[in-house]
Design a protein around this ligand. Sequence first.
Ligand SMILES: Nc1ncnc2c1ncn2[C@@H]1O[C@H](COP(=O)(O)OP(=O)(O)OP(=O)(O)O)[C@@H](O)[C@H]1O
Length: 670
Amino acid sequence: MRALNSHVLLIDLHYHPHVPTSTLAYFRNSHFISSLRRSPRSRIRCSASPEIRRPSDRFYGSTPSTSTSRPEDLNLFLELLPLKMRRKLYCHREIGGLIEVVMDLGRKPLARFPSGDWVISEQPIVHEDLRHAISKVGEFADDNRSGIDRSLHRISAIRNRKMQIIGLTCRVGRAVGGSAEIIRDLVEDGGSILVIGPPGVGKTTLIREIARMLADEFRKRVVIVDTSNEIGGDGDVPHAGIGTARRMQVPNVNMQHNVMIEAVENHMPETIIIDEIGTELEALAASTIAQRGVQLVGTAHGMTIENIIKNPYLQNLVGGIESVTLGDEEARKRKVQKTILERKGPPTFTCAVEMISKTECRVHHRLDATVDAILAGKPPLFEVRQWDDSANDLAKYAPVPEENLGETSDLTNNNIMSSDIESGKDDKDHPRTWSTKWSTGGSVIERSSPMQVYTNKILEADLLQVAKVMGLEEVIDVTDDIGTADAILASSSEIRQNPWIRGVAKFHHIPVFVIKSNTMAQLVKAVRMILGLESFGPKTSKPLNDCLDIEIEDDEPKRKPSLEEIDALEEVRLAIEYIVIPGGEAVELLPRRSEIIALQLELVESYQLAAEKSGTEQNPRLQILPLRLNTKKPSKTTSVARKKTSPTSVSSTGGSGNGTSVTRLPILPE
Ligand SMILES: Nc1ncnc2c1ncn2[C@@H]1O[C@H](COP(=O)(O)OP(=O)(O)OP(=O)(O)O)[C@@H](O)[C@H]1O
């Protein structure tokens, strides 16, 4: 059951004038930035019900969402500081958003706020200040971290070579209710979620709230593997911020992976929450857990998925990578180099969230697709989400991939959630809400349902099957009613024979997508073009009186001639250039398959010579005659064939009158 059952879901697709500044900063130097700037983006806004907002408090008011930490939690934190420093800090207007206090021996103490650092006192820290702070916290574990009993604060120590503490980083921990609203749909979906982001961006706070949400709202059996007691707080009774989730402490950091496995084996969890997966063993333990069908929510340090892919210890989290050497044929088909990188196996996590700030993130709905795209050197598709605390509003931006930009001007505002489409994801929160606008002749028809395609002499079942394989069955459908169709899909022969299709298309302002053959490859391309996932290419005829004709070209690379073909054509060339033309004699060629004979005939005709078929039905062959053809220009295919066989150029040195003789060629060198 959803806790925020009064959520309002507004689907609002339009050009959004602003991209959040911090998002832009994050994407600087990235090719995504251009697509974010240039592309029309779809925006989905989800407003949460007002109940989740509580009256803001000076201590918690400046934070996004709502802190569920108690005021005494902050008092516990401030007690770490000597009285004078405490008083000064307490008066700071941003005290509610305090992130950390840094105390280094012999240096001025610093307070870190979201707005920047602030010097608490001009008096440098002395041993006594450090001793005071240390006396208020528990023992430091072997990761040099400690906490304050029943609070979420984290105290990390810096030691000198004699192992004496000479510096402290004291981080304010707080449970922030509502901080997981930004990815509520992912949490609810039940897939495993990898959260990555730079230090201090709010990963621990986010997964703490996810743990609470899953345990309290979705009634799941949640076990937190709490390596440095950061999620559930210090002490044996966990902090209220984790709700009814259970917490397992870890005696020392090197045992984190053991405790992860132990959690699955002993406590029958449905979800395991783990902060900071950082070693190969932990990554392996995570993948073991995922294989046992347990939902996993974990964090790792890194800015982007690419960082994780490049990290040899964490690679396993995204399925691992391996280099593969392709055969010539395969490499040509895929249009890639022979040695490529590929994902080794399925990633441990279903989706990934790259945290940009406490209120912004990038969601990769399908981690496998993202990893594959990165390995193939293509931009991965993701969704940018931004939580607006003041409006209690979630905005989702889906950048259109770069390759889809630029050429779709005739079908403007073809706004589709491309990342979701690509991922084949069926968002339960907003099913069947693809909104498409076709702009035709100045009038815009708006619709909020799957694209309706009218097919002509193309099996509907074929189209639907292809859409299904592509994971796009939710966004494309077929219709019998051409008047309500968004697009027409027809074969080129049909279009030639039945010009009425164009007439109707023109009348209803519907684009016509024309395929040459009913192959899967052409249908895949057609589906992508209809949905605006692929540009139309140079062959698109511009709108003729509002009717847009889009010819779908074959992606197949032009086939190289086979050895047999080269051999047969070379035979023709030699016969013509050595015997037929200089000697004026007919030449009978070797028996060949009829397709090859057709090619030979084309080449003969390109020399403007006549030929006739001879031989038996089983062994057909061609005879080149020393007779000149009157007209016939060399065809395109023939000229290609000629190039392949390196023909010698014909010199026009004269010719005989009655059309039966040929121009003689100079004698060729031996
Ligand atoms: N949504 C939020 N609203 C207000 N404060 C937040 C929010 N998320 C995190 N914080 C604060 O930001 C600071 C850093 O948060 P957190 O410890 O969760 O970051 P982190 O990414 O886990 O850091 P690290 O990687 O160093 O462990 C903490 O003081 C925390 O209270």
